[in-house]
Design a protein around this ligand. Structure first.
Ligand code: HEC
Ligand code: HEC
Length: 478
């Protein structure tokens, strides 16, 4: 039919095209020959002569004397290095005098400004970095579908509203700074016996600190624009720092050795007194803070029970360095700060469905007081801090705590009090109970119903999410 006709017409056309192609090929071939004969000497020869330069010399441009590598310890960085001045070296060696009103001012701090000289020329990249900064500073408003509480990254990774930093989250030396930490990725995580990259680390903070499972969409997609933006911002923060070195400010300084109060001896009832004195003015006697100003410390709007901040020694380290806000380092001793941390983490908070699967092999560390297996190992039938508050007849929800509620004799709660029993309604609350979690993990270790469901809901990101679990070392997950 009409197809036959058009075929007839097509043939001459194809012939013509074929001829043109053939001609072009011949011209190219000729060109090639000419190029080979004529200008062949120019191309590769020049650069190649210099190519086998010394790779070692390229690896470290800083010119500092080499620090012995492979010792396994954290390498200390100098406070300054060519071109950029960042933080005072002795920031963390200062004396922490109790209630020293000038303690905050001793912190010398030279943050990086965000401007044309520090941003890349490419406008798209620069835009991504600026967007990343906004996401860090204002996470729950910018990404409501991925944030299941009222927090922003900046609430823990401070600097978001410091006038000196013009809102550069992650540049407050006292609040889990993120400067230079991008160089540490990808990194090995003992917990899951695998490598994880920076986006997976950020996703971990969403999963836990931002309680993403409680949000509409949960953890943001690995390759989303938001994730790229936050990664870009971290890389921007890293620019100018020597790579391959761990900054001395990385990781919260937790209590070590003698500084540690054994978990069963931490006294959250005494912590309540200290809380009213030092924290309640901002975070409220109910721990709920003030929206847009002071973040909530417990309850539905706070981090969940799988977050790094929910661990005793991690939160104590954070509080000691960062709180009271603007006057960090004012607690005289580790005991005080651990009691406050115990009080804060005695309270109810959102539950992370996969929490029982954390630390599957090694077992949760003692400081993981929201973890059922820690509780069991320490001989408790619930979070030991929660137990002590309940024994003292004090609220563990967002009821305001008052002086009158605190018993006269707080020293009784220095004891473990393991075997006393509490009555109350804690078992029916939205923080999962020992019975819930205990039965699940005991009878069905490998695949609890809830974690299995949760897993399959995010199988698209399977490998990604499995790298978001807590670390196996003493370092905190976010
Ligand atoms: C002067 C007000 C103020 C006081 C007092 C204060 N904080 Fe904060 N706290 C803040 C602010 C503001 C932030 C968020 C910082 C930011 O966004 O840059 C914060 C953040 C936090 C965070 C991390 C975010 C979260 O909600 O989990 C914790 C934990 C915390 N404070 C605990 C404490 C404890 C414990 C005390 C008492 C020792 C205390 N704070 C005293 C203002 C205060
Ligand atoms: C409730 C407090 C809290 C909030 C909110 C929070 N984080 Fe974290 N984050 C932590 C803690 C605790 C650590 C572990 C600190 C340490 O290593 O000692 C951490 C660590 C990190 C690290 C690893 C830093 C390093 O040195 O490698 C990154 C990256 C990070 N958080 C990103 C984020 C992002 C992005 C957000 C917001 C989506 C966020 N965090 C929100 C508490 C928080």
């Amino acid at each position: 039919m009409s197809q036959g006709e058009s075929n007839v017409l097509l043939k001459p056309a194809l012939l013509l095209v074929g001829t043109v192609i053939a001609a072009v090929v011949v011209v190219f071939a000729l060109n090639g020959v000419l190029a080979y004969l004529g200008i062949g000497a120019v191309g590769p020869a020049g650069p190649q002569a210099d190519a086998p330069a010394t790779p070692q010399a390229n690896a470290s441009g800083s010119g500092e004397s080499a620090v012995a590598a492979g010792e396994g310890g954290v390498q200390k960085l100098p406070g300054t290095w060519p071109g950029e001045k960042w933080y005072s070296e002795d920031l963390r060696e200062q004396e922490f005098d109790y209630k020293d009103p000038t303690a905050g001012e001793e912190v010398q701090f030279q943050p990086k400004q965000m401007n044309n000289s520090t941003l890349p020329d490419n406008e798209h990249r620069a835009e991504l970095i600026r967007y990343g900064r906004d996401l860090f500073a204002n996470t729950s408003n910018e990404m409501p579908e991925n944030v299941g509480n009222d927090l922003s990254c900046a609430n823990c990774h401070g600097g978001g509203d410091l006038p000196t930093t013009t809102g550069m989250v992650g540049q407050d030396i006292d609040m889990i700074p993120l400067v230079g930490t991008a160089a540490g990725y990808p990194e090995w995580t003992g917990r899951t016996q695998r490598m994880r990259d920076m986006r997976q680390r950020i996703m971990g903070c969403f999963l836990r600190s931002m309680n993403a499972p409680g949000a509409e969409e949960g953890v943001p997609e690995y390759d989303s624009r938001e994730m790229q933006a936050m990664e870009s911002y971290m890389v921007w923060l890293n620019k100018g720092t020597p790579s391959q070195r761990t900054p001395y400010w990385r990781h919260i300084e937790k209590p070590e050795g003698d500084e540690k109060v054994p978990v069963s001896e931490v006294n959250p009832v005494r912590g309540a007194e200290l809380y009213l004195e030092n924290c309640a003015s901002c975070h409220g006697a109910d721990g709920q803070g003030i929206e847009g100003q002071y973040p909530p410390l417990w309850g539905e709007g706070s981090y969940n029970d799988g977050a790094g901040m929910g661990r005793m020694y991690t939160s104590a380290g954070f509080i000691r360095e960062a709180m009271p806000y603007g006057a960090g380092h004012t607690f005289s001793n580790w005991e005080d700060v651990q009691d406050v941390a115990g009080f804060m983490n005695a309270h109810k908070r959102p539950h992370l469905p996969r929490q029982p699967k954390d630390w599957a092999a090694a077992g949760a560390p003692d400081e993981g007081i929201y973890y059922n297996r820690t509780q069991q190992r320490l001989g408790y039938d619930m979070n030991p801090m929660t137990k002590k508050l309940m024994l003292a007849g004090m609220p563990i929800d967002d009821t305001e705590v008052t002086e009158e509620m605190i018993p006269e004799d707080t020293s009784r709660y220095d004891q473990p009090l393991r075997n006393e029993s509490v009555d109350g309604s804690w078992q029916t609350t939205w923080i999962r109970t020992y019975e819930d979690v205990g039965n699940e993990t005991a009878t069905n270790q490998s695949a609890t119903n809830e974690t299995a469901t949760n897993q399959s809901a995010i199988t698209a990101q399977g490998a990604v999410t499995s790298a978001m679990e807590g670390d196996g070392d003493s370092r905190a997950a976010g």
